[in-house]
Design a protein around this ligand. Structure first.
Ligand code: AHR
Length: 497
């Protein structure tokens, strides 16, 4: 490998380390919020969960859905709690009490040092409810909705900057599912009105809910043809899973992410060309993660109970490698991916789990996200490599290693993230870091050596954790190290000023 300081991909937008909390399962109730818990604060939020979320340095959190938002009346979730209605949520067939709403969630975001990425309902509702919500959140005072906010005890506006125009509107499972043309028109009119209320906001239009959707590509082209001038980002969603025990394809999941991003970028630029526009639409990969362990068992959940455990995937070692690889892919594509949300954050397909009344613990996927979020900020550098390749059931000509580097000039460091996605080959890596003037290796941490199915649990929370490795691996600006099969690594180097 070579890391060249002039081989710049992009300045990384920190919002690539966003996450997602939906009113779903035990994400909110008995997740972040559990008033009866011994560690709950004065607002009912768990202090131990706040601490774990803060450690991840998540700059934005998408809320309140997800599928949930497509049937959500935002007015239900503001004002005096005792007057808020309980509603049937048709996305997940539960009862939503609205005990936690916009104001409470915003208060929690402050505790975890994050910001709101707010989704509006374009399923059962439309432009009018959306523009009213912008007025409620972002207008100072002197209008019906802004004064209502003030009467709810929130004098200053929320100033929500980033908004999602609905959720997965291409999916037949979505309340108010639409054709691409119907959605594109609605997104355009809604965006126009929301920006008339507050021109400073940024808007994300819905792309496809996964790459294998039959409407993929046509959906993006049609939607953008209708709303290109009014929106700023197009969303991508995708979940990975080792469905049929094909671990080699599963470990190669970054290939699909690269391909998906490249394809959507091409479509954005095609519409740009067609419209002779000078504006570029960037991407928001605002739902990505592993999700498959609970898909079958969740089908048995009883309807209309409040906050049942759901989508509580327990992540193992191979899932952590996949998540590490997907983060490498996001960084490699950070010239166009400006936002991304690990879906989700607490209990629901999450890096952080809680026991109701008990402790909070970290899943295996917590670790690659933690290290990449902490040290993957600055300028993304492309890594050139000469490396063995393999074919597997789903992909061909895959490089055994996947890698990206990040330069942080302020700190005087370069961080290299490497995944060995082969199940068989250990690789003797030689990486030339002379161009970035690497002087010493500050840290080498690795997820390696576990069985693919080993996982953490409340009883054994530290069974799968990254281990510190020797830093005596750099000589004359060249890194020499063995990258064992099926392993993920972070190397940090001090660079000469
Ligand atoms: O994150 C879980 C669900 O996955 C979200 O509600 C939906 O947008 C997606 O299908």
């Amino acid at each position: 490998m070579t890391v060249d300081r002039l081989n710049i991909i992009s300045t990384i937008d920190d919002r690539i380390y966003g996450s997602f909390i939906e009113h779903l399962g035990r994400a909110v109730y008995n997740g972040i919020y559990e008033p009866g818990h011994p560690l709950a604060d004065e607002d009912g939020f768990r202090r131990d969960v706040i601490q774990l979320v803060k450690e991840l340095h998540v700059p934005v959190i998408r809320y309140p859905g997800g599928n949930f938002v497509s049937g959500f009346n935002w007015e239900d979730s503001v004002g005096p709690k005792e007057q808020r209605p309980a509603r049937l949520d048709l996305a997940w067939f539960t009862t939503e009490t609205n005990e936690v709403g916009l104001q409470e969630f915003d208060g929690w975001l402050k505790k975890v040092d994050s910001e709101l990425m707010l989704a509006v309902n374009l399923g059962t509702r439309g432009a009018d409810a959306a523009r009213n919500l912008v007025e409620y959140c972002n207008h100072g005072k002197g209008s019906y909705w802004s004064d209502l906010r003030r009467s709810h005890g929130k004098e200053e506006p929320y100033n929500v900057k980033t908004w999602c125009l609905g959720n997965e509107m291409d999916g037949p499972w979505q309340m108010g599912h639409k054709t691409a043309y119907e959605y594109g028109r609605l997104a355009n009119e809604t965006a126009k009105m929301m920006k008339w209320v507050d021109p400073s906001i940024e808007l994300v239009a819905c792309g496809s809910s996964k790459m294998v959707m039959p409407t993929f590509a046509d959906w993006e082209a049609t939607v953008l043809t209708e709303c290109y001038d009014e929106v700023d980002y197009l969303s991508l969603h995708n979940y990975w899973g080792n469905y049929d025990g094909d671990t080699q394809s599963y470990l190669s999941g970054g290939v699909l992410m690269d391909d998906f991003i490249r394809s959507v970028t091409a479509i954005c630029d095609y519409v740009k060309a067609k419209k002779r526009s000078r504006k570029t639409i960037n991407l928001s990969f605002d739902e990505w993660n592993v999700w498959y362990h609970t898909k079958e068992s969740d089908k048995k959940i009883e309807h209309w109970i409040q906050a049942p455990p759901r989508l509580e995937d327990i992540y193992n070692f191979e899932d952590a490698l996949v998540v590490g690889g997907l983060l490498i892919s996001l960084l490699k594509n950070s010239d166009r991916v400006k936002m991304a949300c690990l879906a989700q954050l607490v209990n629901v397909i999450a890096p952080i789990m809680t026991e109701t009344g008990g402790k909070a613990w970290k899943q295996t996927i917590y670790y690659p996200f933690y290290y990449t979020s902490l040290y993957g900020r600055g300028t993304a550098l492309k890594v050139n490599m000469d490396c063995p390749r393999y074919d597997c059931r789903q992909y061909t000509d895959v490089t055994v290693l996947d890698a990206v580097a990040v330069a942080d000039e302020g700190e005087g460091t370069v961080t290299l993230f490497v995944l060995n996605r082969s199940m068989e080959e250990d690789i003797a890596l030689s990486c030339d870091l002379r161009s970035v003037k690497a002087e010493s290796c500050l840290c080498h941490t690795a997820l390696e050596g576990y069985g693919y199915e080993e996982a953490n649990s409340a009883l054994e929370p530290d069974r799968v954790v990254p281990s510190p490795k020797s830093t005596d691996i750099l000589a004359q600006g060249r890194l020499e190290v063995v990258i064992p099969r099926s392993s993920w690594h972070m190397f940090r180097f001090r660079t000469k000023g």
